[in-house]
Design a binder for this molecule. Structure first.
Ligand SMILES: NC(=O)c1ccc[n+]([C@@H]2O[C@H](COP(=O)([O-])OP(=O)(O)OC[C@H]3O[C@@H](n4cnc5c(N)ncnc54)[C@H](O)[C@@H]3O)[C@@H](O)[C@H]2O)c1
Length: 415
């Protein structure tokens, strides 16, 4: 199977300035203009968090002047990063790097002289950090090049198209002492934070299952299939909601309009440690645009509809009650219909929070909430899904390549 990727709008979204950290449930502040942070290095990287900058005469200058950021790949999604980064006070300058010269030409018209580059190689001396928003298969080689040159990197989803590549990126960033972050935009989305709160607090009762659907007509991508393109969002959301990773993955997919890339897929993720299953349906071949996550519990059901203009989350006081076997005069099941409540969600654009967080991690040396390990967790599921498709069986996550694969594929000192 060839892998591939498109983009979909992680809707400009709302959000409080705080959120839960996916792994430890800690509340984390989101400064938007890099004016916050505790300055502590959670990962032991990037020492004092200072960033060296090139001055007009080529000498380095101090971090206080801001970070010079390059956006690699200025297509559909990269152009959104460009817009957001241009608004951030902590950014000293934004360069764009795109291998398509016609695109670069049109961007050059609205950017200062010297802001456009046709390759990462040419841009590296002029930037401190890169946001990589190119097709998925290019993420690892571009990121590794930048990391090995000592640059901080935010890589769009999926972090990489193989577990081994993701591990190489994590190792390289660790060795270089640079920040590595993945663009799991939905983990910066207030609706997703609210869903997690509902799941975590027990408001739904015992969680039965999660269902996620991301459907549309197109956009077909050129280098990965619909699983690698769209499912990273669902996997990252569900891992975040449950604070866990799947223990087994089963996938079914089919090709219709494209001869080589699967355009319709279903994944079944088993979170064995929690006794919960999640179903993910992704499609480029559906008449309706659907972006919906449903969490069904024994007491209530929560639906996050990212297409809704208002009431993106609805909490349904609905359920099914089984009649005790000795009550023969009653129907075997009774249904409970109660109120439908829509919690208030503050508006804050997730991409703005994400890019601000990246800048803040560069400044303070803190580990990003969506760090390399967070990206790796999603890539592991994608790889398991790919294997499941080929082998037509559920794949246990313990069978998916891990650190030992890295040492097998990389000679000592290869970094
Ligand atoms: N986080 C999100 O919500 C979200 C949404 C959409 C897309 N994405 C991700 O963003 C990435 C880009 O997707 P897109 O839809 O913007 O694609 P796109 O095709 O619109 O843009 C990709 C751009 O990268 C350029 N490019 C390709 N190879 C390059 C290279 N080696 N060096 C420099 N430039 C290169 C292309 O010329 C193009 O301009 C993908 O990884 C995708 O999964 C994320």
């Amino acid at each position: 199977m060839t892998r591939l990727g498109n983009g979909f709008t992680a809707n400009g979204d709302s959000g409080p300035t705080e959120r839960h950290n996916g792994s430890n449930g800690k509340m984390v502040a989101f400064p938007v203009n890099g004016a916050n942070g505790n300055g502590k290095s959670a990962n032991g990287h990037a020492g004092n968090g200072k960033v060296a900058h090139e001055s007009h005469n080529g000498h380095s200058r101090d971090a206080e002047s801001g970070v010079r950021v390059g956006v690699v790949g200025c297509g559909y999604w990269g152009s959104k990063h460009l817009r957001v980064l241009q608004t951030l006070e902590s950014v000293a300058s934004v360069k764009v790097i795109d291998s398509e010269l016609s695109r670069l030409d049109s961007l050059a018209r609205s950017l200062p002289d010297g802001a456009c580059f046709a390759s990462v190689e040419e841009a590296l001396p002029h930037v401190d950090a890169l946001v990589i928003a190119t097709p998925p298969a290019t993420h690892a080689p571009l990121a590794l090049r930048a990391i090995r040159a000592g640059k901080h990197v935010l890589v769009e989803k999926p972090l990489a198209t193989s577990v081994v590549s993701a591990l190489q990126m994590i190792q390289a960033a660790e060795d270089a002492g640079t920040v590595l972050m993945v663009g799991h935009t939905f983990e910066f989305n207030s609706a997703v934070w609210k869903m997690r709160e509902l799941v975590e607090s027990g408001a739904l009762g015992q969680l039965y299952y999660i269902d996620s659907a991301r459907l549309n007509l197109g956009l077909y991508q050129g280098d990965v299939n619909v699983v690698f393109d769209l499912a990273p969002h669902d996997i990252s959301i569900i891992n975040y909601l449950l604070g866990a990773e799947p223990t087994a993955v089963d996938a079914w997919a089919s090709r219709h309009a494209h001869s080589e890339l699967e355009d319709v897929a279903y994944l079944r993720l088993q979170y064995g440690t929690m006794g919960v299953e999640a179903n993910v349906h992704v499609s480029w071949l559906d008449p309706h645009k659907v972006r919906r996550v449903t969490a069904v519990g024994s007491q209530k059901m929560a639906v996050y509809n990212d297409m809704a203009v208002e009431e993106r989350i609805r909490l349904y006081d609905k359920g099914v009650v089984v009649t005790p076997p000795n009550e023969l005069t009653q129907p075997p099941m009774t249904y409970r219909y109660g109120d439908i409540v829509s919690p208030h969600l503050e508006f804050r654009e997730p991409l703005l929070l994400e890019d601000s967080h990246f800048l803040e991690c560069i400044r303070t040396g803190a580990t990003p909430l969506t760090d390399g390990q967070n990206g790796l967790a999603v890539v592991r599921v994608l790889e398991a899904a790919e294997r499941s498709l080929y082998e037509r069986r559920p794949v246990d996550m313990s069978d998916v390549a891990d650190a030992s694969a890295l040492s097998l594929t990389m000679p000592a000192g290869a970094q």
